[in-house]
Design a protein around this ligand. Structure first.
Ligand SMILES: Cc1cc2nc3c(=O)[nH]c(=O)nc-3n(C[C@H](O)[C@H](O)[C@H](O)COP(=O)(O)OP(=O)(O)OC[C@H]3O[C@@H](n4cnc5c(N)ncnc54)[C@H](O)[C@@H]3O)c2cc1C
Length: 370
């Protein structure tokens, strides 16, 4: 088949690879340029909601992802002492969202995306500093992450990424004991436990902090801060090798982009809409971006039409989810005052599940364009 055109994807993270899979399937000749010496993802898990799963099915990867993911059949929020603030059973979650969210290891998802691309499309060790580093492309997807070089070049007045006020630790470990899925809210801090398909467990913690603070022993620090929280969180941290405890400050795009498109270039994933992780939607939105790009790029038409469709279908939704994620973080783990903490728990405890789920259902019920 003659290709529809030449596309270059800058960045081989979850967003860039998803976009490359979509464009490849839409009949484009694709090259992915990745700065790192090899294609890889960090050793942590991730939660994907039903909206991202629909997007992955649309990218033809439903069965592959089902095989390496663990459905999250319950959920809710606890206090650090283990008492539930709010709890959701699997039936309610499935009735509201259409299907359960999943827990998946990032490396497994990343490998599934790599496997869906021809080997000759993948070019590691290529640092794209500016647009002129990309030759011969009808379409360029800037999926080069939150501090995207291409975004800085094309939108020089945009302020770029900002610190959210939260710093996060993540890890994956082997654990044989019983694991009750869900999140935990403390005072200016949050944690979560997500079982993975291979029997391992992904955990995350985050807390309010000044930016840039690092500890000689990150694992010891997390245990000091979260070691008195309910089981099995301390045991999970303990079971994680010290070098597997990852620490990152959480940055995001505080000022929404005025457009995701400039000429033949489209921003995608964190380059377009990096958001705080409080709704677990950053990668989900990147995968949605890729599905919409595939839908647009499958049609006959000029690149300008394809990208106008993409911008129109992606910007309002992803930016409103980014805003909601930020607000959610402020209400959940952003509260440091004990009185406000009790008020938050009280409000969450008396809010009917159906009401709490309504805004989340809007996010989770998304389907790819026809
Ligand atoms: C603590 C935490 C927890 C999270 N949990 C979830 C969750 O549960 N669910 C969810 O959906 N999302 C979650 N997210 C968000 C999610 O991780 C991101 O939104 C997602 O990984 C973004 O993917 P991306 O491909 O757009 O960007 P990235 O993963 O940043 O990929 C960008 C790629 O571009 C490459 N690159 C950069 N510069 C260049 C260059 N000059 N030339 C070539 N290549 C370049 C990089 O090396 C990298 O491979 C979480 C985020 C954090 C911080």
């Amino acid at each position: 088949m003659d290709s529809r055109g030449q596309a270059v994807v800058v960045g081989g993270g979850i967003g860039g690879l998803s976009a490359a899979v979509g464009l490849h399937q839409a009949g484009w000749q694709v090259r992915v340029l990745e700065r790192a010496p090899r294609f890889s993802e960090i050793g942590a898990g991730i939660v994907l909601w039903p909206n991202a799963l629909r997007a992955l099915r649309y990218l033809g990867l439903g069965e592959q992802v089902d095989a390496i993911s663990e459905p999250q059949r319950s959920g809710g929020m606890r206090r650090p002492d283990g008492r539930w603030i709010t709890r959701m059973d699997g039936q309610t979650l499935e009735a509201t969202f259409g299907s359960p969210a999943i827990g998946i290891h990032r490396a497994h998802l990343h490998q599934t995306l790599l496997d869906a691309l021809p080997a000759e499309a993948l070019h590691a060790g290529v640092d794209v500093r500016q647009l002129s580093d990309v030759d011969e492309a009808d379409l360029i997807i800037a999926a080069d992450g939150i501090d995207s070089n291409l975004r800085k070049e094309l939108w020089p007045t945009h302020p770029g990424s900002a610190y959210s006020g939260f710093t996060a630790w993540r890890g994956v470990c082997h654990y044989d004991g019983y694991v009750d899925i869900g999140g935990t809210l403390g005072r200016g801090a949050e944690a979560g436990i997500v079982p993975l398909a291979d029997g391992r467990v992904y955990w995350y913690t985050s807390m309010k902090s000044a930016p840039g603070i690092r500890h000689d022993n990150e694992k010891a620090f997390v245990l000091k801060e979260f070691g008195s929280w309910h089981d099995p969180l301390p045991a999970l941290i303990e079971a994680t090798p010290a070098e597997g405890v990852l620490h990152h400050d959480i940055n995001f795009l505080a000022v929404p982009m005025p457009s995701y498109v400039s000429g033949r270039v489209a921003l995608l994933g964190d380059a377009a809409h990096a958001m705080t992780p409080h709704l677990g939607q950053g990668a989900c939105q990147a995968i949605e971006d890729a599905a919409v790009l595939k839908a647009a790029a499958s049609r006959a038409g000029e690149v300008t039409e394809i990208l106008a469709f993409y911008d129109q279908h992606r910007r309002p939704r992803s930016q409103s989810i980014a805003k909601l994620s930020r607000q959610t973080g402020g209400f959940t783990s952003g509260i440091t005052n004990p009185v406000m903490e009790r008020l938050r728990n009280g409000i969450m405890g008396v809010t009917p599940t159906s009401m709490a789920m309504r805004s989340l259902a809007k996010i989770a019920s998304w389907t790819p364009p026809a």
